[in-house]
Design a protein around this ligand. Structure first.
Ligand code: ARG
Length: 456
């Protein structure tokens, strides 16, 4: 079939070149946005008297029918079409004849594809926000259910100070809440209409870009036509937001994998979110968390891929930009999938409070509290720190822990130590006393939970 763009050229396009050029296999995903944009375009053209009202009416009803036919499966998207824009226009023209050919007045595929991508990412940002909030809410519920469960807090993956498991969960809730905010901020820059920029330079027709933008729910229009058709920074920005989401999901996944091991045993994933081994019958593997961690690499790749595609491009549109779509779609689908698995996995995850408490009793996580106790007794922190360190070393040599070291031994390190030291180093008290704003005390975690509930 002759190409709709066969203006100057007369020769047939080579079959290989034709399929190399085609983007329909992936941009078919944009059929809805493309039709939505075309409807608004037809309405604008008729409002401005560029096409007749009856013509717009017939275009819009045919497009409505095309949309429902695609959705019902009655109209199959032709894999041999060049792209979704050509496909829709071709079907439209087949159905309503010459009127269909008027739709592309004062428009180019360059502003059309930029429009479709913006509409797609705007829809996506609303969808992903719901999924992110569901996960945040689930983390918060897990924190609530296990409010006072004590666990080791780590730095360098070494026992550091005791924290509440709920505090740990809420840390991720806070991170993901910022992701929600980042995406909502990004959405503002997505929601600017490029349609009407045309091929690159604007148009000689008396169009009304503001009207068309308003029809499509945009906040404003791109003020420079070259910019409007050339930049994909809104895609890059969304991919950056998604990369940060995945970085957070990946860190959480890493902890879940670690905590599911024999060595930790802090949590156990439900059977529904675990897998077995084809050879080792005893295995229960946290594959879902591993996959979330692994898929983070894909999403980073999508971001770096697009940045690299764009970096050397002269203004305005270049066909290289067709390469924006697969990465964007892949990242969107991947993040959506990871979130939808992560949320029920956290919900059904068993928290093993005893294993956490047992682990917390090792590693002298109350050594800082011993030093703080000495400070209260009048010592300078540096001196207190030294004494506490020597006590720990002594305990290690003698197979003791701070809780079991007799008072007379304490006194041999420092006379001011009294029997109230045992209260000071009790792990529960260590946590309770960290009541500074944002600390790990129960009261502080409750405040965080309230904050998250209000923010959602
Ligand atoms: N399929 C193309 C893309 O995704 C649409 C724009 C084509 N524009 C052009 N001047 N060839 O980028």
């Amino acid at each position: 079939m002759a190409k709709m763009w066969a203006g100057r050229t007369a020769g047939k396009v080579d079959n290989l070149a034709d399929s190399f050029n085609s983007s329909i296999s992936f941009d078919k995903k944009l059929y809805k946005q493309d039709i939505q944009g075309s409807m608004a375009h037809a309405a604008m053209l008729s409002k401005q008297g560029i096409i007749a009202f009856e013509e717009a009416d017939s275009i819009i009803s045919a497009l409505t029918q095309i949309l429902s036919d695609i959705e019902s499966g009655d109209l199959k998207i032709d894999p041999k079409a060049e792209d979704i824009h050509m496909f829709v226009e071709q079907v439209l023209t087949e159905r309503i004849g010459v009127t269909g050919k008027k739709l592309h007045t004062a428009r180019s595929r360059n502003d059309q594809v930029a429009l479709d991508m913006r509409l797609y990412l705007r829809d996506f940002s609303d969808k992903i926000t719901v999924s992110l909030k569901a996960l945040i809410s689930q983390l918060k519920d897990k924190a609530k259910e296990n409010l006072t469960v004590l666990m080791p807090g780590y730095t360098h993956l070494q026992h550091a100070q005791p924290v509440l498991f709920s505090h740990h969960m809420m840390a991720y809730a806070m991170m993901l809440l910022r992701d929600v905010q980042r995406i909502s901020d990004c959405r503002k820059r997505i929601n600017v209409s490029p349609i009407g920029c045309c091929a690159l330079a604007g148009t000689t027709y008396d169009t009304d870009r503001a009207f068309e933008a308003e029809q499509l729910g945009f906040d404003s229009v791109c003020l420079n036509s070259l910019d409007g058709v050339s930049d994909r920074d809104f895609c890059v920005e969304m991919l950056s937001c998604l990369s940060i989401v995945m970085m957070h999901i990946s860190r959480l996944s890493e902890e879940l994998v670690l905590w599911s091991s024999q060595e930790f045993g802090f949590v156990e994933m439900s059977d529904g979110f675990s897998t077995g081994s084809s050879i080792m019958p005893q295995k229960k593997n946290p594959d879902m968390a591993e996959l979330c961690r692994g898929k983070t690499g894909r999403v980073y790749g999508d971001l770096i891929g697009l940045l690299t595609t764009l970096k050397g491009l002269p203004l305005a549109y270049n066909k290289d930009m067709q390469e924006d779509k697969e990465g964007v779609f892949d990242a969107c689908d991947t993040v959506e999938m990871c979130l939808s698995v992560m949320t029920p996995m956290i919900k059904t995850m068993k928290v093993n409070a005893d294993a956490m408490a047992k682990a917390a009793s090792k590693g002298f996580m109350n050594a800082t509290d011993l030093a703080d106790y000495l400070v209260v007794k009048g010592l300078a922190f540096r001196d207190a720190y030294k004494i506490s360190g020597s006590v720990v070393a002594y305990c290690i040599q003698n197979g003791l822990i701070l809780e079991t070291l007799p008072l007379e031994s304490y006194k041999s390190f420092c006379q001011v130590i009294d029997k109230d030291v045992y209260d000071a180093i009790d792990l529960k008290n260590c946590v309770a006393r960290r009541s500074s704003e944002g600390g790990t005390s129960v009261e502080s975690v409750k405040k965080q939970i309230k904050f998250i509930e209000e923010s959602l």
